[in-house]
Design a protein around this ligand. Structure first.
Ligand code: MN
Ligand code: MN
Length: 331
């Protein structure tokens, strides 16, 4: 039994909050009450598709299977000692300066899951860099999305410049990445921050001939094979199949190969965007999935950032391994 594990007590759902000196567990129940319960009255929750609301229920955190702690707006709850707070944005589409001030909570690590411009305008990249510089987070990690066309040089030369900037002068896309000085830019590459292994990738299954498109199937699978097997937080622009990928006409646009890669690696947290209209969080037995799209379907940057706390990396990995083992064993 691990702090953060979803449990059932007398038919009610909750999470383990604290192991007390007298051997009982302090359990926070989903109905808002707290109880001290002897271990024999606690069963592990088999709820495999627990939806975690990212709504504005004031001051209440909830736990994901691997021990990530989702913090709700207005994010005034302090993080547990030794933990790390993440704030996630995505799909800001050049509108970062219009994100409400109340939606810019301080954090240790900021993640941006791509589509930070409309069509790769270097002015918007420069402006984003200033916004990042001023943001109250110690570390900032950014990936590109299909709209950030000047970040995909080969695509921009072949298609993007003509399609989006014909007549107004194409950009020199060799400058695009150099403008991002206030963050770590990841493109099919890993980084390690505060002990967490983080990997970022802009690719997605083909979508209306935009940047960073790959044919479905083998090409996507090959791309995801490059994701390290040892990983804590994955940031991609597109969602995996079945998580935050429901388009407004009703179909799902997520990548099945990406879902398989996430499951194979037992990733603790997967952050993405792209499908603005399916913003929000959910979890399976192991992974917290966060569609952090800041812009709505109508391109208004009004969705609140997704904020979560992670325990120290070694604790996180232990909790993730425990959750993965529990999901394999019969109930
Ligand atoms: Mn977008
Ligand atoms: Mn997109």
């Amino acid at each position: 039994m691990q702090v953060g594990a979803p449990v059932v007590v007398a038919g009610r759902l909750g999470v383990l909050a604290l192991h007390k000196d007298d051997g009982t567990w302090n359990v926070k129940l989903d109905d808002g009450t707290v109880a001290n319960v002897p271990a024999e009255f606690i069963s592990m929750s088999a709820n495999s598709t627990k939806e975690i609301s990212s709504g504005e229920r004031r001051g209440l955190a909830s736990w994901a299977p691997a021990g990530a702690r989702l913090v709700r707006a207005p994010w005034d709850e302090t993080k547990p000692e030794g933990w790390t707070r993440f704030v996630c944005f995505s799909d800001t589409h050049g509108l970062h300066d219009e994100i409400p001030k109340k939606h810019r909570p301080a954090a240790d690590i900021l993640l941006h899951a791509g589509d930070f411009t409309n069509t790769g305008e270097l002015e918007q990249v420069e402006s984003l860099n200033k916004w990042l510089q001023a943001y109250p987070a110690t570390e900032k990690i950014v990936i590109a999305g299909n709209h950030d066309v000047t970040f995909h040089e080969e695509y921009y030369r072949k298609t993007g410049a003509m399609r989006f900037h014909h007549g107004c002068g194409a950009y020199d896309c060799t400058k695009a990445k150099a403008l991002l000085t206030a963050c770590t830019y990841l493109e099919d590459s890993p980084t390690e921050v505060r002990g967490y292994r983080i990997y970022g990738s802009p690719w997605q299954p083909e979508f209306c001939d935009w940047a960073f498109n790959l044919p479905k199937g083998a090409a996507c699978r090959k791309c995801w094979e490059a994701i390290p097997m040892e990983l804590d937080v994955l940031v991609t622009h597109g969602p995996p199949l079945g998580r935050g990928d429901r388009c407004s006409p009703g179909h799902r646009a997520g990548c099945d190969e990406l879902l398989a890669a996430v499951k194979a690696r037992k990733v603790s947290v997967h952050v993405f965007g792209h499908i603005h209209e399916d913003y929000g969080c959910s979890a399976d037995e192991v992974t917290l999935f966060a569609n952090a799209s800041t812009c709505t379907e109508g391109y208004c940057p009004s969705n609140a950032p997704i904020v979560f706390d992670l325990p120290p990396a070694t604790e996180l990995r232990k909790a993730t391994a425990t959750a993965a083992a529990a999901s394999r064993s019969p109930a």
